[in-house]
Design a protein around this ligand. Structure first.
Ligand code: PGA
Length: 259
């Protein structure tokens, strides 16, 4: 790890709106964020990921602001008979720069695997989108002391065959499944342990230089009252925020974390 990692790792705060908001509702939330976060310093990246149907409205509302747009998934093919799927080019055209892949809800509820998470991440990178690749263990896996093994498997599965240049364009989000939407956040120490391990695995895959620059976000019940202590940890470089990203004040306070 570099002596002063923060110098080279700009924090990212990303809001995952999940399946919340019609286009009109999402536009109102985006307008609130625009007003509240208008003059933000450029020392942190701010991203919101609305549902697909609201991307156009939110991109329009946030154009010219420091808040960037992400999607919640992407398909690996450029086009074709894939009912219900969305391609990277479609996301770019509508104004996305980011895309979440491998979220635990996709893995658990919609059968996504390490293999297809990798394909999604690769397609996103090839198209010029920055993927946020999610990994994280279930409660049963943590209780069985398998956290690091599971996260390492997911990470190697998603990053296998990617080169250092590809990995430089993505972020990892560590999201313990037991902390998502439960109000039960990992302690900063629990999160830091896994983040440091993620950085070690990535160093093993593509070397220290790339892993030192990799931004690793924490996700799972991030709130205004726990963001500061999470961001004090040396390997936590940002947050992927679900529930607390749906209100202007709570998301803004998370963006304004003090570390
Ligand atoms: P949460 O969701 O903040 O509501 O726990 C986080 C996520 O699923 O990305």
């Amino acid at each position: 790890m570099s002596d002063n990692p923060r110098v080279s790792r700009k924090p990212v705060i990303a809001g995952n709106w999940k399946m919340h908001g019609t286009a009109a509702e999402a536009r109102r939330l985006a307008a609130g964020l625009r007003q509240r976060l208008a003059g933000k310093r450029g020392d942190r990246e701010i991203v919101v990921a609305p549902p697909y149907t609201a991307l156009g409205a939110v991109a329009d509302e946030l154009s010219g602001t420091p808040i960037e747009i992400g999607a919640q998934n992407v398909h690996w093919e450029a086009r074709g008979a894939f009912t219900g799927e969305i391609s990277a080019a479609m996301l770019l055209e509508i104004g996305c720069r980011w895309v979440i892949v491998g979220h635990s809800e996709r893995r658990q509820l919609f059968g996504e695997t390490d293999e297809n998470v990798k394909r999604r991440a690769r397609a996103a990178i090839a198209a010029g989108l920055a993927p946020i690749v999610c990994v994280g263990e279930t409660l049963a896996e943590r209780d069985a002391n398998r956290t690091l093994e599971v996260v390492e498997r997911q990470l190697r599965g998603a990053l296998l065959d990617l080169g250092a240049a590809d990995i430089r364009s993505l972020c990892i989000a560590y999201e313990p499944v037991w902390a998502i939407g439960t109000g039960r956040t990992a302690t900063p120490e629990q999160a830091e342990e896994v983040h440091a391990e993620i950085r070690r695995v990535v160093a093993d895959l593509v070397g220290d230089e790339t892993s030192d620059r990799l931004r690793i976000l924490y996700g799972g019940s991030v709130k205004p009252d726990n963001i500061d202590s999470l961001m004090k940890e040396p390997d936590i470089d940002g947050a992927l925020v679900g529930g607390a990203s749906l209100e202007v004040e709570s998301f803004a306070r998370i963006v304004e974390f003090r570390s």
